[in-house]
Design a protein around this ligand. Structure first.
Ligand SMILES: Cc1ncc(COP(=O)(O)O)c(C=O)c1O
Length: 418
């Protein structure tokens, strides 16, 4: 362990709230799909800052925009205009088929805003003449963020329980259980919300039947369909948005993670009809949608729109998916392989094994992630190539073989070429 890492670890232990159990690596810079730590060691990154660094590190177009815009204007309050909110909204409405945008700073803020908009819309269409619908129907095993509304709609007890009581009016449906959805849907529901591909919940795509039923029920009753594509949106699945694989359009969409290529930015997208529920003063943010973040996001979306980029994601993702299935064939500890595009996962047969694999991969110079206890999750930058997939799979193959006999045992790492 380097002296620099030891010093930072000691300082953090005394100074920060104990919210993270970090791996003992001090990253200092990145280039393309690679990260470098304080000792100069190189790592191949298959996590991308949890789905944020979609163009990898030090992307020239992103660097250029940051350089130019930061020398002009970084922040201006939302009391005034700057050029880039309208420009970004034009790009985002163009690729989503929705009409209007609101910009914020993070995923959880986007989801909070979406819930507020849904409640406001229910009130708006009730013309305040009778009690508006307030019910929120959301999914078990979901994840929408750490603020109170997002927590209240996150279907995993471990996140919610320490902070109860939470926002009332929330009912959970078993994800992809059409019968449960039909049973719990009723006229008190103002919004039905889900991730098109559950991320933290283990990379589980919604089924066609479930999403079609969700759209049908909401359309018929006048409730809104909210899709959270904070993790799976903006190209991750090989289309601009995951719902575009299903031929279904939401009333409200939330996005964030890769939107500003590493700077904090989230957004709510919605239809003109739903947008009428908000008027000045009802919702806002100090930092959200600033000129630097929005200018960078415009560069990101334009890069995504470049010829062949989505096809590259889809093709590399399909190649990667097949390689994971190959691993499953060779290793009985590997269960289901799931995901779309470059949002992929392999479920292992124990949490201890998954922990050991992530740790040993890191020791070999590969950044991968574990979620939902025993699921290995991969969210590489979109610029990843087949040769990188081959290297990562070969290392994973070796690590899985080494862990066959005694899963949790930590073996000395022999570094493969990342
Ligand atoms: C689907 C989904 N929604 C919301 C969030 C919360 O985003 P943030 O951490 O930016 O608040 C996340 C974060 O992982 C997510 O994956």
């Amino acid at each position: 362990m380097s002296a620099a890492l030891t010093a930072v670890m000691k300082q953090e232990a005394n100074l920060l709230l104990p919210t993270y159990d970090r791996f003992p690596v001090l990253f200092e810079r990145g280039e393309g799909v690679y990260l470098y730590d304080s000792t100069g060691r190189k790592y191949l990154d298959f996590l991308g800052g949890i789905g944020v660094n979609a163009l990898g590190y030090s992307h020239p177009a992103i660097q250029k925009t940051i350089r130019e815009q930061s020398s002009k204007l970084i922040h201006i309050s939302n009391l005034f205009f700057h050029r880039y909110q309208a420009e970004l909204a034009t790009l985002l409405t163009g690729i989503s088929g929705l009409d209007r945008a609101f910009f914020c700073n993070s995923g959880t803020e986007a989801w909070e805003g979406a819930l507020k908009l849904a409640r406001a819309y229910a009130r708006h269409i009730s013309h305040n003449s009778h009690r508006p619908r307030t019910g929120l129907l959301v999914m078990e095993n979901s994840f929408h963020g750490r603020t109170f509304g997002s927590l209240a709609t996150t279907g995993q007890k471990k996140y919610r329980e320490p902070f109860a009581p939470l926002v009332p009016g929330v009912t959970f449906v078993r994800f992809n259980d059409v019968a449960d959805l039909k049973k719990k849907f009723n006229d008190s529901i103002c919004a039905l919300g889900l991730e098109t591909v559950q991320g933290e919940g283990g990379v589980r795509p919604v089924s066609r039947e479930f999403l079609a039923t969700a759209r049908e029920l909401t359309k018929r009753s006048g409730a809104l369909l909210l899709l959270d594509e904070i993790q799976c949106g903006l190209g991750r699945t090989g289309r601009y948005f995951a719902y575009q694989h299903y031929g279904v359009k939401p009333d409200i969409l939330t996005i964030a993670k890769p939107l500003a290529a590493g700077l904090p930015l989230g957004a709510i997208l919605t239809t003109s009809r739903v947008s009428k529920a908000f008027h000045p003063g009802m919702h806002g943010t100090t930092f959200g949608g600033g000129p630097l973040a929005c200018a960078v996001a415009c560069t990101f979306v334009r890069t995504l729109k470049k010829h062949g980029f989505l096809a590259h994601i889809a093709q590399t993702g399909a190649y990667f998916h097949k390689a994971l299935l190959g691993l499953k064939g060779r290793h009985p500890q590997v269960g289901e392989v799931r995901g779309i595009g470059l949002m992929l996962a392999a479920q292992l047969d124990s949490t201890d094994l998954a922990k050991a694999v992530v740790k040993q991969m890191l020791e070999r110079g590969f950044v991968i992630n574990r979620t939902n206890d025993n699921v290995l999750r991969f969210l590489p930058p979109y610029i990843v190539e087949k040769k990188h997939v081959d290297r990562m799979i070969s290392a994973l193959d070796q690590v899985l073989s080494a862990n066959t006999a005694s899963p949790a045992a930590t073996r000395p790492a022999s570094r493969s070429k990342p």
